[in-house]
Design a binder for this molecule. Structure first.
Ligand code: GUN
Length: 293
């Protein structure tokens, strides 16, 4: 079994980005700047945004986290987004999801300039992705594709089962995995909560991507020998093995599945760091005006 080590791959990519940033700085240019808007006090969102900020700092990006209380109105949030859209010193803007119920996420995403949408969630970026045009790809699917490419995983003619159809992971990944390119040439099945006989699908799949949000859902008996397992789940469960009383587990029962599969991502240290590094890559592309002039 080969561990798909997102932690070490992301470190290499971060070093490469840092070298580029150092070169820009030595030439007297400002560094790339990512802004994250965080609303309310969702602990998972706070953790994700802190991790993004820390990574920015490691590689020499400027990063700003703007925090608003849960009670912020939708119109005030849209006004603040517009200020960032027109600020030439800011290259990337993300609004951490989920949002409070009185704020419409699709409206918020539409109001972020597509040129600064380094999360790749804006309809223009999604449309360009569909049409294989230059765009910001959504960070988690982009990170998964980078893992597959770096570990030279065969996709041509392979079946890929994606479990979970969110706008952030499952749906865009289903598009990317079925592109006619060397590392994305699968026959894709997109399964979800209404899928019948999931076991029959998991047992046939060459590549399984779990993005369901159910701890340890995928077990040894559900997969075939030598499949490739990508785990997007990050679930906090009670544990008597840790000091804090909690531990992070994926959607895959890692200990059993690792005995049967050919490749597997750990949680933590698999897809998570690749998501963050993809966001950094997009921010650098935005800074260099590579995608949109
Ligand atoms: N919430 C969970 N994942 C993400 C992500 O990739 N970007 C944003 N903005 N919010 C998220």
């Amino acid at each position: 079994m080969i561990l798909l080590d997102g932690k070490s791959l992301s470190k290499k990519i971060k070093t490469d980005i840092k070298n580029q940033v150092d070169t820009f700085k030595s030439a007297g240019k400002r560094p790339p700047h990512l802004v994250a808007i965080l609303i309310g006090d969702n602990p998972a969102s706070q953790t994700y945004v802190s991790a993004k900020k820390k990574s920015c700092e490691e590689i020499g990006f400027n990063s700003t986290v703007i925090k608003y209380p849960e009670s912020i109105s939708q119109s005030k949030l849209l006004d603040e987004i517009e200020k960032i859209n027109v600020n030439n010193e800011i290259d990337g803007l993300i609004v951490q999801l989920p949002l409070p119920p009185h704020i419409e996420p699709s409206l918020v995403i539409r109001n972020i300039s597509y040129k600064k949408d380094v999360d790749g969630f804006h309809p223009i970026n999604i449309g360009n992705m569909m049409l294989q045009q230059p765009c910001f790809l959504p960070a988690t699917p982009m990170g998964i594709m980078a893992l597959i490419e770096n570990y030279n995983i065969e996709t041509t003619g392979k079946s890929c089962l994606i479990i979970g159809r969110s706008n952030i992971v499952g749906s865009p990944l289903s598009i990317l995995m079925s592109r006619n390119t060397k590392f994305a040439n699968c026959t894709v099945t997109l399964a979800h909560s209404k899928t019948k006989d999931l076991n029959l699908l998991t047992k046939k799949a060459d590549i399984i991507v779990m993005a369901l949000g159910v701890p340890k859902f995928l077990t040894n008996d559900m997969i075939k020998d030598s499949s490739v397992i990508i785990d997007v789940g990050i679930n906090r469960i009670k544990s008597n093995q840790t000091k804090s009383g909690w531990s992070l587990v994926g959607d895959v029962d890692f200990e059993s599945v690792k005995q049967k599969c050919s490749h597997i991502t750990p949680v933590p240290g698999g897809v998570g760091p690749m998501t963050i590094v993809s966001l950094l890559k997009n921010t650098l592309l935005s800074y260099k005006r590579v995608i949109y002039k």
